[in-house]
Design a protein around this ligand. Structure first.
Ligand SMILES: Cc1ncc(COP(=O)(O)O)c(C=O)c1O
Length: 370
């Protein structure tokens, strides 16, 4: 197996991958219309459904795109022309959903909350009442990666059940990193991608869809082509092939990543991620930093940290110091608040976080920032 230099990515995906996932891409060339590749495709699809606990009523549509493509496919495929989607926005990815709907003239009602703050579910319920009969879907971000806030999946999906609307969840940076059960949580469409908590390579987005709901979208006159969810689903069902050319090697890597997910076990993965968050949070607080959002709302997958007040602080310089030593951190600006972000997803372990924190502290002391 080829060994490659290991980088610890603390950006919120694409995340660090294992060597076995990297090496899974080195395979013989194959035409993706071959049955062998079709079987691989179906095995990955079925395991993604299993990872979402959706074997009973859900299917999964995989698309060649980054995560945004999956969100775009969903929003432009499932909302009837005479209905609207209620979009909950408390970060950049909620706002992106609104922009996608604008681009395709998909009707939407917006609930906008200042970024970094929790959703006010009373206000959301009021909107559902005000637009009764008009709204067919409720869309939101589970882990709003802009700030690291966890939006309350169970409570929101209870509201969608109460008002008989379908639920669309962007679980890009939470799927396979924390417990999500599409059946119990009443999720009609869950979107995620290959390069975050599932620990594969970038290039595949997927929508875990309630099969009945998806089949019903056949009644909607299509607004899209490449990204039509139902067409992509039906083609794979009938032909055991992707509708369009898939990213062949990325799929092999995803096969390996999904295998490693089940080998580690969902509970162990969630616990590993949460333990890395705890180590990071404790040390960062000891070093005197403040968090952007209140701790009780942290998703424990990413922490947004307020920039230090020292005049000697420069994110870029800190980034470069850490990068040269194998650690990648991520910038962040929320309104007029400057933050940097530390994520704890991917094939990284508590020891990596401890090593990172040593180098981080060393830099802060050298520069007299703390
Ligand atoms: C919650 C969420 N939604 C959507 C996206 C967009 O994904 P991509 O950059 O892969 O298009 C991201 C990316 O980080 C995300 O965190």
């Amino acid at each position: 197996m080829k060994q490659v230099k290991r980088n610890i990515l603390l950006n919120p995906g694409p995340a660090t991958t294992t060597d076995t996932v990297k090496n899974a891409m080195v395979v013989s060339d194959i035409c993706p219309r071959e049955l062998e590749f079709g079987e691989l495709t179906l095995s990955v699809r079925n395991d993604l459904i299993k990872a979402a606990y959706g074997e009973k009523n859900h299917t999964c549509v995989m698309l060649t795109s980054s995560g945004t493509g999956g969100v775009e496919a969903c929003l432009t495929s499932v909302i009837p022309h005479d209905k609207k989607v209620l979009i909950l926005n408390n970060g950049a990815y909620g706002e992106r959903m609104q922009k996608i709907c604008d681009a395709y003239s998909v009707g939407h009602v917006d609930y906008n909350q200042e970024w970094g703050f929790p959703l006010d579910l009373n206000a959301v319920e009021k909107l559902l009442q005000e637009h009764l009969g008009e709204i067919s879907h409720l869309a939101f971000i589970h882990h709003e990666t802009t700030v690291g806030i966890l939006n309350p999946l169970t409570e929101i999906s209870a509201l969608s059940q109460k008002y008989k609307v379908e639920t669309i969840v962007d679980a890009m940076s939470s799927f396979a990193g924390m417990m999500i059960d599409v059946e119990k949580d009443n999720i009609h469409y869950l979107v995620s991608s290959s390069n975050k908590c599932i620990q594969g390579m970038a290039g595949i987005s997927f929508v875990i869809a309630n099969t009945k709901s998806l089949l019903k979208t056949g009644e909607i006159k299509a607004r899209n082509f490449y990204f039509n969810l139902l067409e992509n689903h039906l083609y794979l069902e009938r032909n055991k092939q992707f509708l369009f050319t898939p990213p062949v090697q990325t799929l092999y890597a995803l096969r390996q990543a999904v295998t490693e997910y089940f080998e580690e076990g969902p509970k162990n993965r969630f616990a590993r991620y949460a333990s890395m968050y705890e180590i990071m949070k404790k040390k960062v607080r000891e070093l005197g930093f403040e968090f952007l959002i209140e701790e009780k709302y942290h998703a424990k997958l990413l922490t947004a940290i307020m920039d230090p007040k020292s005049p000697d602080y420069s994110f870029n310089e800190m980034h470069d110091y850490l990068f040269e030593r194998g650690f990648t951190i991520y910038p962040g600006k929320v309104g007029n608040k400057n933050t940097f972000r530390l994520s704890n997803i991917g094939a990284i372990y508590p020891k990596d976080i401890e090593d990172f924190l040593k180098v981080f502290e060393e830099y802060l002391r050298i520069k007299k920032i703390i």
